[in-house]
Design a protein around this ligand. Structure first.
Ligand SMILES: *Cc1c(COP(=O)(O)O)cnc(C)c1O
Length: 465
């Protein structure tokens, strides 16, 4: 499988090369040159597979040339064996035609484990084979950092530096990062906000001269193709459980950077019957406004009860735009250049294409809390604030109410005790046993000033030999 950039001019890469890079050199994002697809009879056979076998079936064509079939299966088996539910991604029914797909049984209790546990193991295998070392650098406002560290903590060939805004992430989220320790793990608490962290990471990717020769940065945010790829699998897993290929389902996805829902779009292009993809947003509703008006306009960031969806633009949306514009990289390069200077409008044709598959719904904090408490009252099921946004959006889809709806439950409620408290459900969510000691463990992090030279000096001084 070859990978091409959404902006049309960067070199075409192999899977191995795509795994080891961040943005394409033309500023675009990598996507597969073509997608594998499954016939009805193949899907019928796949319906009986367990999660790791299904993952192997779906992922093998994407990693062709980099991993042999058996090697891939053993990496996948190892990856999903660390999940705490033997179904890996169980479906739970909450109402007539309403299911939630629990994606929070991984080590850090958020769906990001599905991709980052796999990414860490794929990277480790390739680096050992090549005898190389890389540096992971990422910024986090919560879930990405802990999932990335948990995914790479046992990889000797990866030094990992995760920046978070000092005193601005929740205690559970901070402890999930800072209680993981080892010579290659570095949590940097930056005296600034999340945007400062992200700006520093972006600038460091652009100019990597602060690293010694032979080392380069690898991205762990959802611009890394391998993350999107891993997320395709659970759409198939849920869809097949609910009757695919003979019955279509609709999916509601709590959305921030558009990585998770983009994987659902790819699943539909690969043959899974998908009736609709619902973009569920919080008050940071750039995509909801885009879908309703056609205008793609940045907004200032608002802090909500669903912090992992607090974004001002969704970087993976460019991957969808590439398809909406018939894979015309030049058109995307022009649009994104215009977007750097201000708001843009998408063409009528592109918007019509988008609306064939996507709907959107925005849920504010009050509605989020109301959804958590209503579902608790009716079913005794506790949704986390992100999943509650997805569920509220699924319930809003009145015209498609006859379909089976699957809401992606992206995090465990115990990650967000404050929001659960505010929902006044009269209960608290307990951390699963493997994290029960989280509040007693020692924390490891360094507080750094908001200065890129200081951060880069710290990094070069703390790289492993
Ligand atoms: C990251 C995250 C999201 C948003 O996912 P995207 O792929 O960025 O759209 C939603 N919910 C939770 C809990 C997350 O951690």
């Amino acid at each position: 499988m070859r990978y091409i950039s959404t902006r049309g001019t960067a070199p075409t890469l192999s899977f191995e090369e795509v795994l080891l890079t961040g943005l394409a050199s033309d500023g675009g994002l990598y996507v597969p040159e073509s997608l594998p697809s499954f016939t009805v009879s193949e899907l019928e056979e796949m319906a009986s597979l367990d999660y790791p076998s299904l993952a192997h079936r779906i992922l093998l064509p994407f990693v062709e040339g980099a991993f042999e079939s058996e090697e891939l299966q053993s990496i996948i088996d190892e990856t999903y064996a660390v999940f705490r539910h033997s179904a890996v991604a169980p479906l739970v029914q909450l109402d007539h035609n309403q299911w939630v797909l629990e994606l929070f049984h991984g080590p850090t209790l958020a769906f990001k484990d599905f991709a980052l546990q796999l990414l860490g193991r794929l990277l480790d295998t390739i680096l050992k084979r090549r005898g190389e070392k890389v540096v992971i650098m990422g910024a986090t406002s919560g879930d990405t950092g802990s999932a990335a560290i948990a995914g790479c903590q046992r990889c000797d060939n990866i030094d990992i530096f995760i920046l978070h805004p000092h005193q601005r992430v929740s205690e559970v989220q901070r402890r999930q990062m800072t209680t993981l320790s080892g010579p290659t793990i570095h949590n940097l608490a930056l005296e600034g906000n999340f945007d400062d962290c992200q700006a520093m990471v972006k600038a460091s990717f652009r100019d990597q001269s602060f690293l010694p020769d032979g080392r380069s940065l690898v991205a762990v945010n959802s611009i890394n193709w391998a993350r999107i790829m891993a997320q395709i699998v659970y759409y198939f897993y849920a869809g097949l459980a609910l009757g695919a290929p003979h019955r279509a389902a609709a999916y509601s996805v709590p959305t921030g950077n558009f990585g998770d829902i983009f994987a659902g779009y790819l699943a539909s292009k690969m043959g899974l019957p998908v009736a609709q993809l619902m973009i569920a947003t919080n008050r940071n509703d750039v995509l909801h406004r885009l879908l309703t008006s056609g205008d793609y306009a940045r907004q200032t960031l608002e802090h909500t009860l669903s912090p992992s969806m607090d974004i001002s633009v969704s970087s993976n949306f460019e991957r969808l735009m590439f398809d909406l514009y018939d894979r015309d990289g030049g058109a995307i390069a022009d649009l994104m250049a215009a977007f750097d200077d201000g708001d843009i409008a998408l063409s009528e044709g592109a918007m019509a294409n988008a609306r064939m598959m996507f709907a959107s719904h925005r849920v504010d904090d009050a509605q989020t809390l109301a959804c958590i408490s209503e579902v608790w009252d009716k079913t005794g099921y506790l949704l986390d604030p992100h999943s509650a946004i997805g569920y509220a959006a699924a319930l809003s889809a009145k015209e498609k109410a006859e379909l089976p709806w699957v809401t992606l439950a992206t995090a465990h409620p115990a990650k967000f005790p404050d929001a659960i408290g505010q929902a006044s459900v009269g209960t608290t969510a307990h951390l699963p046993l493997h994290l029960a000691g989280l509040f007693e463990l020692d924390e490891h992090f360094d507080v750094l000033t908001n200065d890129i030279a200081a951060v880069q000096r710290f990094m070069s001084e703390h790289l492993g030999a």
